[in-house]
Design a protein around this ligand. Structure first.
Ligand code: PMV
Length: 354
């Protein structure tokens, strides 16, 4: 009969770039001006869980984020939905005598319910996990035959950084050469087991939403910064090669040096934008000083830091012992109190705080 509902649930962690994506060469397809490399977090950290369902009784496509209905009318949602629907295949369950034919997907509507396991208001990158999870769960529901790389090119059209969340471990987003974006896809470098000593600590510096969206920030930087072309053409291509090698060799010194330098250069091109974009604040700067001093005093880097389009710090410790020390240092420098500079010291692995 017409009384059925089919559901798929998927979970996708967010990712943190260690070589940053900043600047588009094509705004509607979301094609970047340089390649980037990221590490996908453990799902216990920042992740999105999405349930997608289809039923002939659904009158339109709808979406809820953390229980609140949100609009799907935005171009990025529409693009992802259109790309997935156009690749939908037959879905058949012989035992239940159930079949959705390829052509039925054009008329059927979906309901999408998405949850973040972290406060969305904390201004932490949620679009990466969100679009990756949306695309992946819809692809499963509609029985797409595309592989993760091809799906990453669809997620990319929701949010650039989302394409990297289709894989775990360290992931490269190759900028690609084609004008249709077909080769601007995520490529897994090594899986999460390759370098499992690393521990990622995220310090929530501010619970406020970021000031400048990445979309308008990137546009302004590309239009006004004289430094961005130098970064994209001369600096990042070399760093991509060096970073791939550092990851493959588990060379933490090179890894930390490249990550910190690239975060700082990303914030430098933001400052080089007119009007200038300030994503980091005093607390972010104090965290950088703390890590830099510590790394220098040890003679060899212990912790890498990186900041995205906001003041929150993502820190990668070379091992668990160092991560515990890092937390002690953070707690000492930023004592928890009512008007604390840090809202939260660690997201995910709370056992580090014990
Ligand atoms: O994908 P977007 O539009 O959220 O942009 C992400 C930009 C950075 O987070 C600052 C860098 C990156 O590579 O993720």
């Amino acid at each position: 009969g017409e009384n059925w509902i089919l559901m798929v649930t998927a979970q996708t962690p967010t990712n943190i770039a260690v070589i940053k994506y900043w600047g588009k060469r094509d705004e509607s397809l979301i094609l970047p001006i340089n390649s980037s490399i990221s590490v996908t977090l453990d799902p216990s950290h920042l992740c999105t869980t999405t349930t997608v369902s289809v039923s002939p009784s659904f009158k339109q496509d709808c979406m809820w984020l953390n229980g609140k209905e949100i609009s799907l009318s935005g171009g990025r949602f529409q693009r992802c939905l259109r790309e997935i629907r156009s690749r939908a295949c037959d879905v058949e369950d012989e035992k239940k005598g159930f079949k959705i034919a390829k052509k039925d997907w054009e008329k059927l509507h979906v309901h999408i319910a998405s949850y973040n396991n972290f406060p969305t208001a904390a201004g932490l990158a949620s679009s990466a996990a969100g679009f990756a999870c949306l695309v992946f769960s819809l692809a499963k529901l509609m029985n797409l035959k595309e592989d993760h790389g091809q799906l990453s090119a669809i997620a990319r059209q929701g949010s650039g950084s989302a394409c990297r969340s289709l894989f775990g471990g360290f992931v490269k987003w190759d900028m690609g050469k084609e004008s249709d974006g077909s080769d601007s896809i995520a490529i897994p470098l090594v899986d999460e087991k390759h370098w499992d000593e690393l521990v990622i600590v995220i310090a929530v510096v501010s619970a406020h939403q970021k000031e400048t969206s990445s979309t308008s920030g990137m546009r302004d930087t590309v239009e006004t910064s004289p430094l961005i072309q130098h970064r994209a053409k001369e600096v990042v291509p070399k760093r991509i090669v060096q970073m791939e090698e550092a990851i493959s060799n588990r060379d933490f010194s090179t890894f930390a040096h490249l990550s910190c330098s690239d975060s700082n250069q990303f914030h430098a091109v933001c400052l080089d934008t007119s009007p200038p974009i300030f994503y980091m604040n005093d607390t972010s700067h104090r965290i950088i000083s703390l890590v830099e001093k510590w790394n220098r005093s040890e003679g060899t880097p212990q912790v890498a830091y990186t900041f995205d389009a906001g003041p929150n710090a993502a820190m990668i410790a070379r091992n668990r012992k160092v991560a515990t020390l890092l937390l002690q240092k953070l707690l000492y420098c930023f004592p928890p109190q009512a008007d604390a500079d840090l809202d939260s010291y660690v997201i995910g692995d709370k056992s580090l705080l014990k």
